[in-house]
Design a protein around this ligand. Structure first.
Ligand code: AMP
Ligand code: ZN
Length: 110
């Protein structure tokens, strides 16, 4: 997806504060945090939204969810965290590359 901002982050074409990366997924801090800790985990392959996820993405989506508590703990969210997946315009999605928000730790420090 040549015009996708998250694909550009995956490709290293625009910078991001990465906190985890492997061959399948990437995690980076949200540029406009809603909480003291706010990052997202994305699949490296472009998937528009949860609506566009298909059976072949099952393992990838499972991997993202299993990674969430591990990365949350590494970011100091010991007592828990919130997850959010906005899907479609009606769901408040602004960036159409599937992403799972993970946040917590109290109000954002801006
Ligand atoms: P949404 O599509 O509504 O789930 O949210 C998109 C999120 O992406 C927002 O929280 C933005 O702050 C975040 N965002 C947009 N551009 C960037 C970027 N270049 N780096 C990090 N986060 C971003
Ligand atoms: Zn993309």
């Amino acid at each position: 997806m040549s015009n996708c901002i998250f694909c550009k982050i995956v490709a290293g074409e625009i910078p991001a504060r990465k906190l985890y990366e492997d061959e399948d997924v990437l995690a980076f801090h949200d540029i406009n945090p809603m909480a003291r800790v706010h990052f997202m985990i994305i699949p490296k392959p472009h998937i528009d939204s949860l609506t566009d996820a298909a059976p072949e993405h099952q393992a990838l989506l499972g991997k993202i969810l299993l990674l969430a508590p591990r990365l949350a703990k590494e970011q100091g969210l010991d007592s828990g965290f919130k997850t959010l997946i906005n899907t479609g315009r009606g769901g408040g999605q602004e960036v159409f590359h599937l992403h799972v928000h993970i946040f917590g730790g109290g109000p954002a420090v801006k």
